[in-house]
Structures are given as structure tokens and as C-alpha cells.
Design a protein around this ligand. Sequence first.
Ligand code: PSU
Ligand code: MN
Length: 302
Amino acid sequence: MKVLLSPEVGLALSAGRPVVALESTIIAHGMAYPANVETALAVEEVVRAHGVVPATIAVMGGKLKAGLSAEEIELFGKSGPGIMKVSVRDLPFVAGRGLDGATTVAATMRIAAMAGIPVFATGGMGGVHRGAGETFDVSADLTEMTRSNVALVTAGAKAILDLPLTLERLETDGVPVVGYRTGEFPAFYSRCSGLKVPMRADSAAEVAGIMRSKWELGLTGAVMVANPIPEADEIPAAEIEPVIVAALAEAQRSGIFGKDVTPFLLGEIVKATKGRSLRANIALVKNNAKVAAEIAVAYAAG
Ligand code: PSU
Ligand code: MN
């Protein structure tokens, strides 16, 4: 099955010009309307400001699409949870049934790799959930990191997760975790987690070099670029941690499990912080888009 490219994305790819992939679960399930649509459009503008073409990825009418129009982004944002959250395991279902789907990091990575888009910006990727020893809840984002040749720019991993176990899993899976201008693994809302990254890069060109080397070595899978939230927008870990603990308890009380866990927790945290976590989330996504655009330029320059 081929990926349906928008004319702009198709032209850029065939000319070897830089493109950055963006996901759609964050639009439909990660934020509420209208902040979700405003953020998605603003993130595309950040990418364009670097002379790079944004390719927001989703499934529409069963077709895998790279490059959505503003109207299509509006549709995903307005429909919100009414659109299916589609990870890799769900792709055959939405494609086979001709349905719409908002793609997670995992599904977006796969479609980006199929389309030949080597750089992808998200907010914070999924990982090993707290209590995974009991629930087995480990995001398919991690599995896909071993399969798709894409550099993923992410603000570490979401603080709602078990970050030490997430890093252990990435090590086992052979995924380079590159701290971008930092020696510390960022924790989504916070710049610091108390955990070290195994390697760092201080420029987009250095990241591009690591990507090229990984794939020239014949190693399959992603390079993770761990990019901390800007200082002005961060919520210190000590402040957000009790909010996360309360949200996790509420999820358990409400019997939330499976794919609903992450959207539920993010929503609870926005309510409890009166929107401060939403502002942090928006700031870190834009910051990831900026770094992704710089990496895409450096990678395309070869
Ligand atoms: N980053 C954000 N907000 C989000 C996500 C990432 O700032 O909502 C989404 C991504 O689509 C990611 C998903 O793949 O959360 C993780 O979901 P799960 O834990 O169910 O794998
Ligand atoms: Mn899960």
C-alpha cells in the first residue's frame, strides 16, 4: 500500500528537499478543541519558517496520508475522541474498512518511513507505564522505534510514565537516545528527570551524522532526539509529580485501561493545573518542531 502524499509533500520529497512528519493523535486525543487545531497549525508554521515542508500524517477513508490541509486538520481537531486513535496494530483495521484514524507516534513513524520522510516531531513519545509489571502497559511507540528508520524529536518521554524503565527498554532495543544540548533525559513538562542520557549532540548536523551512521551500519530503527522543554515554559518535576500521582489514582478509580490511559491522564493534568500543563505541552511541541526542521535541513544537505 502506498502513502498518499499531498502535492506539496510529494514535490518536496521527489526534489530531495527537507520534510518533517507530524502526528495526528496529539490533535484528536492529546488536546481539546480549539487549542489542538491552533497548535497543529502553529507547529506547521514553525516547520515552514525553516523552509521545510510539514507533513501531518493520518488515515482518511482508509488511505494513509502524509500532508493534510488546514481543513482536514480542523476536521480531526473538531472530531477529537470521535476519531479512532490508531496505533500500528490498528492500521489494518482502518485501512481495510476505509475508516479515518488519528495516528500515534508508532503509526506515524511507520507511515513516515514508508513515505521516505526521515524526521518526525511529536510532543512526548509513549513508553513503559508506571506499574507495567502488573498491567503490561508498554506503548507500541517503543516497539516501532526498532522498525522504522526515522529520527524522532521528543521532549524525552511523558512524565506520567516510568522513565527509568523506558530508558532500559530503549537500551535493550538498541535505540540511540541522544540528548539535544543536554546530558539529562528530559521529562516532558520538566527539563530534568535525574536520569542521564547515554549520548548527547549539540547541533542538528551532529544528529544528522548519527542518523546516517545508524542506517549505513545496517541498523534498523529510530534515533531518538531528546529535546528539553524551553526553560520559560517548564513545570518543575517536584510541582508536577503530585498532580501526576493524583491523575494516576483517578485513572485507576475510573477503571481506565489500554489506549485510553494516556489521553485520560493528560486531560486530568490539564484540569488540575488549570491549563498550565497545556501551555507547557504546546511550547514543547513547537520547540520539537523547530529542532526537527533544523535536523531535516542538515540531513537533506547530506
Ligand atoms: N505527545 C503529546 N501528546 C500526545 C502524544 C504525544 O504531547 O497525546 C500521543 C502520541 O500519539 C503517542 C501517544 O504515540 O500519545 C502515546 O499513547 P500510548 O501511551 O497509548 O501508546
Ligand atoms: Mn498503552
